[in-house]
Design a binder for this molecule. Structure first.
Ligand code: ADP
Ligand code: ADP
Ligand code: ZN
Ligand code: ZN
Length: 756
C-alpha cells in the first residue's frame, strides 16, 4: 500500500494509549473495537479527529484563531496524511426551542421555499415562512410556539414597599441598579406598600412597555417588572448560567402553547397559506415518511418548472431522513427531545447529501437505538459515504457492523491502564482467528442455559396513549428480567417512560429509572463526589492527619485557588465549544501544597482522585467506601478514575454510574434504557451477570434493548411495533425468547437467526 493511502499514527499517548503506532487505510470503512475503556475514543476522537481539527484551525488568520477554541496538540509523536475530519457524535442537540429536526437538517428552508412559491393566498419572499425571522414569526410567542405565564407572587411581596425590598426576584435587591429604575421612577412612591399602589401605578410598575425616563441624573429605558423579568430570565434563547437564576426561572414560569398561533410558531399569513389544502405547520407536523409520499405526489403533478428542483431536493432529503431510520419523526420535533442516537442520525443526514469527498468521517456507535433490522441499512449508508471517496472511522461493538468493515483496529486487551494497545489490525476473518477478546466473541453465541424465572406478580400498564401508543394494555412480570424490544420509534420509551409519567403504570413499587441523560453540574462532579465516596474518604484523611475534613473539599481553603480544586481550567467561549487545559498553578493536582502533604495509606488526596476504581477498591475495601467501589466495579467501571469529571463520560458510562449508586438500595423495580450502549460483547456478558444478581436479590428489571444477547437472556420479552411512529404503538408479542424466535415478527426473525 502506498503510504499516502493511509493515515499513520505514531506514538499516540492520549489518555491511556501506550504510545501506539497504527496505520488506517484511507477511503475505507474502518471499525474500532475493544472493551469499554480500552482507548478507542482516545485514539479516534482524542487523537485523529482532534489533531485534524486543530490543523484546520491553524490555517485561519491569527486574529480569527485568537477568537477560536485552540485545543492543545494531542499527545502523539506524528500523524501523517490526515484529511479534514468531521465528527458525527451523540452529543444531544441544544435544548433551544428554535431548533427542530427541520431546522437542524435544513429541510425547513426547502419547505419555506415551496410554500412561498406555491402557497395560496400568496405571502411573498421565502423567509416569511420562517419562525426564526421577524417577518415570519408569530408575534405572540416570538416564534417559539410557547408562552410563559409568570407567577406574580413569586417576584414581588405586595405587603412591602420598594424601599423594604418588595421585589423578591434575584438581581433586584434594594440599592441595585435595576431596583433604582423602579424606586426612583417619578410616578412610583418607594415607601408605599405595593398593595396600596393605584391601578395606574401598578400598571406602570408591573406592565409598562419600554419608555425613556430620567433617573439619578441620567436617561434610562424604563420597563415594567414583568416584561423586564421575561427578557432577563425567560427569553427563548436565554441559557441562564447561574444555578439560582435558572432555578428562579423554572419556579416563576409555567409554559403553555401559544394561544395566538396554536404552537405553530408562524404568523397569520404564513400559517394559513395552503398548497393543495395543506398548510406549512400541518406538513411540518406530519411523520417524515408521510410528508415524503405527499412531496412525491406533488413532484409528479407540479407544473411549474422553477419549483421542480426544490421538490426534488426535498424528496431527496426526506428520503435520507427515512434511510437513517428517522422516518417516524416529524420536522417540527424539537431537537432537544431527541435521544443521543437520534441526534447523531439527524447530523448524519447533513453529510449524506454533501458533495465533499476525501473527508474523514468519524462516528461514535452509530447503531445506538437501532433495531437489528435497521442496522444493515445504517452500514449501507456508511459504505455509501465511503464510496464517495471518504474515509469512514467508526467506533462500534455490534458484530453486524464489524462483519462488514473493510478494516478493523482492535484496542485492548483490557480497560484503562490494562488497555491502550493495538491488539489486531486487519479484516474480519483475521480478527476471528486473532485470539483477541473481540475475535473470540465474534464467533461465540450467547446462549442462556438457566431455566426461566417465575414471576412474583405483575406490574400493570393500562390504556397507555403517550405519543404513538394506541391504548396499550400490557403486564410486565415482577421479579424477573424483562426486555422491551421493537424498531426505533415503535414506542418502547413511550410505553415505559410515558406510562410512568402519566400514571398508566401501576404496581411497580419503588421504581428506579436509570437513564443516560446528562448529570447536572457535571463539570464539578466526578465519580467520587457523585457516588458519595468522597465524604468518608475526606473524613478518613482528616482523622488520620488530625485536621478538618473540609480542607480536602474542592470549595475549601485547601483547594487550589486558581482552578477551585478542579485541576483543569475551562475557558468559556460562548457559542463555540469551551476548551480546557491543565491548571498551571497546581499542575492538575487540585489542592495546595500544604494539603498535599497529608496522606492516607501513603497517598495524598490528589493521588487518591487519580486512582482508577479498581485500584481504589484495593485501598479502600472496608465499610462504605468499599461497598460503593464494589458497585462501580460491578457495573464495569473499574477503569474510571475517581476524579474524572462526569462531563467527560459517555452516555453509557453516565448510565452505569447512576446505576451503581442505586444498586443495593433495597428491593424495587429498575428501568434501564439501552444499558449496553458503549459496551463490548465481553462487557455485555458482565452486565448480564450484574442484572442477574439484581433479579436474584428480589428486584424487577426492565430493560429497553436491541442487543440480541440481552434478548436471548431475558425471562420475558415484550415486542413493540409493528413499525415506527403511527405504524407502531402496539404490543405485537409477549412471551419467552424461545417463543419470540418462533414468532414471525421482525424481531423474532432476527433473534431466530442469532440463536441458530
Ligand atoms: P473507549 O472509547 O474504548 O471506551 P476511552 O478512550 O474513552 O475508551 O477511555 C480510555 C481510558 O481513558 C479510560 O481509562 C478512560 O477512563 C480514560 N479517559 C477517557 N477520557 C478521559 C478524560 N477526558 N480525562 C481523563 N481520562 C479519560
Ligand atoms: P422507541 O423508544 O421505540 O424508539 P419512542 O417511544 O421514542 O420509540 O417514540 C415513539 C413515537 O413517539 C415516535 O413517533 C416518536 O417520534 C414519538 N415521540 C417520542 N418522544 C417524543 C417527544 N418528546 N415529542 C413528540 N413525539 C415524541
Ligand atoms: Zn405564537
Ligand atoms: Zn489548580
Amino acid at each position: 500500500m502506498q503510504s499516502h493511502d493511509e493515515i499513520r499514527v505514531r506514538g499516540a499517548r492520549v489518555n491511556n494509549l501506550r504510545g501506539i503506532d497504527v496505520a488506517i487505510p484511507k477511503r475505507q470503512l474502518t471499525v474500532f473495537t475493544g472493551v469499554s475503556g480500552s482507548g478507542k475514543s482516545s485514539l479516534v476522537f482524542g487523537t485523529i479527529a482532534a489533531e485534524s481539527q486543530r490543523l484546520i484551525n491553524e490555517t485561519y488568520p491569527a486574529f480569527v484563531q485568537s477568537l477560536m477554541a485552540s485545543p492543545a496538540r494531542p499527545d502523539v509523536d506524528a500523524l501523517e496524511n490526515l484529511s479534514a475530519a468531521i465528527v458525527v457524535d451523540q452529543e444531544r442537540m441544544g435544548a433551544n426551542a428554535r431548533s427542530t429536526v427541520g431546522t437542524a437538517t435544513d429541510v425547513n428552508n426547502l419547505m419555506r421555499l415551496l410554500w412561498s412559491r406555491l402557497g395560496t393566498p400568496e405571502v411573498g419572499p421565502s423567509y416569511h415562512f420562517s419562525f426564526n425571522t421577524p417577518q415570519g414569526m408569530c408575534p405572540g410567542c416570538e416564534g417559539t410556539g410557547r408562552v410563559s405565564a409568570i407567577d406574580e407572587s413569586l417576584i414581588v411581596d405586595t405587603d412591602l414597599s420598594l424601599s423594604e425590598g418588595a421585589i423578591t426576584a434575584p438581581n433586584f435587591g434594594v440599592g441595585t441598579w435595576y431596583w433604582k429604575g423602579y424606586a426612583e421612577h417619578p410616578d412610583l412612591d418607594p415607601d408605599l406598600p405595593l398593595r396600596d399602589f393605584s391601578a395606574d401605578q401598578w400598571r406602570t410598575f408591573m406592565y409598562q412597555e419600554p419608555t425613556k425616563i430620567h433617573v439619578s441624573g441620567i436617561n434610562m429605558t424604563y420597563e415594567g417588572l414583568i416584561p423586564r423579568i421575561r427578557r432577563m430570565f425567560l427569553a427563548p434563547d436565554k441559557e441562564p448560567g447561574q444555578k439560582h437564576i435558572k432555578e428562579f426561572a423554572e419556579r416563576i414560569a409555567t409554559f403553555r402553547e401559544c394561544p395566538e398561533c396554536g404552537g405553530t410558531r408562524l404568523n397569520e399569513p404564513a400559517r394559513t397559506a395552503q398548497i393543495d389544502g395543506v398548510t406549512l405547520p400541518e406538513a411540518l407536523g406530519w411523520q417524515i415518511t408521510d410528508l415524503r409520499a405527499w412531496a412525491e405526489r406533488l413532484r409528479d403533478s407540479a407544473t411549474s418548472v422553477d419549483v421542480a428542483p426544490v421538490i426534488a431536493s426535498l424528496v431527496d432529503l426526506l428520503g435520507s431522513l427515512a434511510e437513517v431510520g428517522l422516518g417516524y419523526l416529524s420536522l417540527d420535533r424539537e431537537s432537544g427531545t431527541l435521544s443521543g442516537g437520534e441526534a447523531q442520525r439527524v447530523k448524519m443526514v447533513r453529510h449524506l447529501g454533501s458533495a465533499l469527498s476525501d473527508v474523514t468521517y468519524v462516528f461514535d456507535e452509530p447503531t445506538v437505538g437501532l433495531h437489528p433490522h435497521d442496522i444493515d441499512r445504517m452500514v449501507d449508508l456508511l459504505q455509501r459515504l465511503r464510496d464517495k471517496g471518504n474515509t469512514v472511522l467508526v467506533v462500534e461493538h455490534k458484530p453486524q457492523v464489524i462483519e462488514r468493515a473493510d478494516h478493523i483496529v482492535d484496542i485492548g486487551p483490557g480497560a484503562g491502564a490494562q488497555g491502550g494497545r493495538v491488539m489486531f489490525t486487519g479484516d474480519v476473518d483475521g480478527l476471528r482467528a486473532s485470539g483477541t477478546i473481540t475475535g473470540d466473541h465474534l464467533s461465540t453465541r450467547h446462549v442462556r442455559r438457566t431455566p426461566l424465572r417465575t414471576p412474583t406478580g405483575a406490574l400493570e400498564i393500562r390504556g397507555a396513549t403517550t405519543h404513538n401508543l394506541r391504548g396499550v394494555d400490557v403486564d410486565i412480570p415482577l421479579g424477573v428480567l424483562t426486555v422491551i424490544t421493537g424498531v426505533a420509534g415503535s414506542g418502547k420509551s413511550s410505553l415505559i417512560h410515558g406510562s410512568i409519567a402519566d400514571g398508566s403504570m401501576s404496581g411497580a413499587g419503588t421504581l428506579r429509572v436509570v437513564d443516560q441523560s446528562p448529570i447536572r453540574g457535571s463539570i464539578r462532579s466526578n465519580p467520587a463526589t457523585y457516588t458519595g465516596l468522597l465524604d468518608p474518604i475526606r473524613a478518613a484523611f482528616a482523622k488520620a492527619n488530625k485536621v478538618k475534613p473540609a480542607l480536602f473539599s474542592a470549595n475549601s481553603a485547601g483547594a487550589c485557588p486558581n482552578c477551585k480544586g478542579l485541576g483543569i481550567v475551562y475557558t468559556d467561549l460562548g457559542q463555540l465549544a469551551g476548551v480546557s487545559r491543565t491548571c498551571e498553578v497546581c499542575e492538575g493536582r487540585r489542592f495546595t501544597d500544604e494539603v498535599l502533604r497529608y496522606t492516607l495509606h501513603g497517598l495524598n488526596i490528589s493521588e487518591v482522585l487519580q486512582l482508577p476504581v479498581a485500584d481504589a477498591a484495593q485501598v479502600f475495601h472496608a465499610g462504605n467506601p468499599g461497598r460503593i467501589l464494589s458497585r462501580l466495579l460491578s457495573v464495569g467501571l473499574g477503569y474510571l478514575r475517581l476524579g474524572q469529571p462526569l462531563s467527560t463520560l459517555s452516555g453509557g458510562e453516565r448510565q452505569r454510574v447512576k446505576l451503581a449508586i442505586q444498586l443495593g438500595e433495597g428491593p424495587g423495580s429498575y428501568v434501564l434504557d439501552e444499558p449496553t450502549t458503549g459496551l463490548h460483547m465481553a462487557d455485555i456478558e458482565a452486565m448480564l451477570v450484574m442484572l442477574d444478581t439484581l433479579v436474584d436479590e428480589g428486584n424487577t428489571v426492565i430493560v429497553i434493548e436491541h442487543s440480541l444477547p440481552v434478548m436471548a437472556h431475558a425471562d420475558h420479552i415484550i415486542d413493540v411495533g409493528p413499525g415506527a411512529g403511527h405504524d407502531g404503538g402496539l404490543v405485537v408479542f409477549e412471551g419467552t425468547p424461545a417463543e419470540l424466535a418462533a414468532a414471525d415478527t421482525l424481531t423474532g426473525r432476527h433473534l431466530a437467526a442469532y440463536l441458530a
